[in-house]
Ligand binder design. Structure first.
Ligand code: B12
Ligand code: SF4
Length: 481
């Protein structure tokens, strides 16, 4: 089959170079190509305009078109799908990834141009789908597929379990995308950060799949089973990226790089053994960190770690099921602070279940108290206080429905805009995603509190940043800029 894999344009349909090669599409592209299909990629995110994306897709003459999108960019993706259908009336259009996985039936109901949704991990399901096309016979036997049958009925097949292991997977087909046109800001690490063509290239690699935790706002419900990539195979990817693509920095995509400390250490040892000198950064849970392992990570090229702290009070951490305490976070930061990483990011979300005005202030004070521990890393740090967004398939979606955050007839695959009068300064793409707010603490109250209590702090010398508040405001509140 001739397959074309397309990344979604951003929410505003403008080209964005400061992005990453789409990993989900790159891996299913590799699997399809290994099975003998002809695979091309179209960088929707770099092109921007949906009609332009559609004409590039049409030029490739595919029989199958595959797309994915984050929820934040989905409206641009839907436009692109419609344009592709106009130019290729007979192509089979299939979508996948987290957004469509958790809203599969809704997507087929709302967007008649879509033929099928691959739910969960796509490697095997997509391959089986290609084997059943173009006749479309036997689609009902493919686990993990939701599709429209020849009578227009939506058919929901039985689910596909996650693959037991991931060592057999090929290298992602990065080459089907214009890898040298991408650059992703690296939180100020290394030479990256310029963006645009010609800038240093950063790309993502996974050394594990899965996360056993169950944070209420996270869409990982189908991705709980841990799988570990053999460290030698993970390092093979880094070496290839460095040698063949000139990649200078790598984002380790693992949900928590430190879920299994032995595996993390083995990956670092392998990098050192093979003398693979490349800058990388990762995300981890801020608890129970080991000094020796962090030192090893630094020696192996880790420049930065991001921690999803979310809140600085134990009540809210418990309510959102983070499974660590502020005392553990403090201890963890005492250790991280001694390693001298270039950068340590602490991510916060304001207004999750259990939040009160008092916990917001306490969180802010707690995060501030970590500053002396992190020294220089903190100086460049970005700690994002973001308002809570509801993504499909999360526990927060159910909680949000009960709190009346989603309209009664809400659909993940039809246009939605959060009324912005209470959130005048939030990034626009986030207004396309429903926000969580509890009846006892509406977001307008949070914004009002920030304005009344922190406005002067926020104004001081930082006028240019105002547009992004309150996302940015909290950074200023906490003295992070
Ligand atoms: C790395 C990462 C990022 C990176 C890079 C994202 C990028 N554009 O490449 C950064 C930091 C930029 C990022 C940003 C965001 N992210 Co993010 N991110 C991840 C993370 C940790 C890994 C993604 C990944 O590479 N996975 C590896 C690949 C192989 O898996 P995959 O993409 O799921 O693909 C598989 C299947 O889904 C399927 N598949 C995927 N696409 C397709 C397409 C077809 C046609 C088919 C058949 C199959 C298929 O097959 C693949 C192989 O099995 C995931 C969590 C996770 N563990 O997946 C969150 C995740 C994708 N991100 C998430 C979110 C919320 C965001 C943000 C919206 C956060 C924010 N508030 O700004 C932004 C969106 C930015 C944007 N416009 O892309 C959510 C997605 C929720 C949603 N419904 O969109 C996730 C799932 C985290 C979570 N658990 O809640 N993210
Ligand atoms: S937020 Fe991070 S730790 Fe929590 S469930 Fe999601 S991936 Fe796991």
């Amino acid at each position: 089959m001739r397959v074309c894999l397309v990344s979604s344009p951003r929410f505003n349909c403008r080209p964005l170079a400061n992005s990453l090669v789409p990993p989900g599409l790159a891996i299913i592209g590799a699997v399809a190509r290994d099975a003998g299909h002809s695979v091309v990629g179209v960088d929707g995110v770099l092109i921007g305009n949906p009609s332009e994306v559609a004409s590039r897709v049409a030029a490739a003459g595919p029989e199958v078109v595959g797309l994915n999108t984050p929820t934040t960019d989905r409206l641009a993706c839907f436009k692109t799908i419609r344009q592709i259908r106009n130019t290729l009336p007979d192509a089979f259009i299939v979508v996948g990834g987290s957004h469509f996985t958790h809203s599969a039936v809704d997507a087929l109901e709302s967007i008649p141009q879509i033929d099928a949704v691959v739910v969960g991990e796509g490697e095997v399901t997509f391959l089986e789908l290609l084997e059943h096309l173009p006749e479309r016979d036997g689609l009902g036997d493919i686990k993990g597929l939701v599709y429209r049958d020849s009578h227009g009925q939506i058919v929901l097949n039985s689910p596909r379990q996650p693959m037991p292991q991931i060592n057999h997977l090929p290298m992602p087909a990065w080459d089907i995308f214009q890898i040298d046109k991408y650059s992703f800001h690296s939180h100020g690490v290394g030479k990256l950060g310029q963006g645009g063509p010609g800038a240093d290239v950063a790309i993502g690699v996974m050394t594990t799949r899965g996360c056993p935790q169950s944070c209420v706002f996270c869409a990982n419900s189908l991705n709980k089973k841990m799988r570990y990539l053999d460290p030698a195979l993970a390092v093979d990817q880094l070496v290839l990226l460095q040698k063949c693509y000139g990649v200078t920095a790598v984002n380790i995509y693992d949900d928590d790089f430190l879920t299994n400390r032995k595996h993390a250490a083995a990956f670092c040892e392998e990098l050192l053994k093979r003398n693979c000198r490349i800058t990388w950064w990762c995300g981890a849970r801020p608890w129970n960190l080991e000094m020796e392992l962090l030192k090893l990570m630094k020696r192996a090229g880790c420049a930065s770690i991001s921690f999803g702290l979310e809140n600085g009070t134990n009540e809210v951490l418990k309510a959102i099921r983070k499974n660590f305490t502020v005392e553990q976070v403090y201890e963890a930061m005492e250790i991280v602070g001694q390693i001298n990483f270039a950068k340590v990011n602490l991510f916060l979300i304001l207004g999750l279940p259990g939040e009160t005005i008092e916990t917001i202030d306490r969180s802010a004070r707690f995060v501030r108290s970590l500053r002396p521990l992190l020294g220089g890393a903190w100086q460049q740090s970005t700690s994002i206080g973001q308002l809570p967004l509801i993504y499909p398939g999360t526990q927060l979606e159910a909680i949000g429905r009960a709190e009346g955050c989603l309209p009664v007839n809400f659909s993940w695959n039809r246009p939605f805009f959060e009324p912005s009068r209470h959130l005048p300064l939030v990034n626009r793409q986030y207004l396309t995603v429903p926000h969580f707010q509890s009846r006892s603490l509406p977001l307008s109250r949070i914004c009002q509190h920030l304005r009344e209590n922190w406005w002067q702090d926020m104004r001081r010398g930082r006028r240019r940043r105002f547009r992004m508040a309150p996302l940015r405001r909290l950074e200023v509140v906490l003295g992070l800029e």
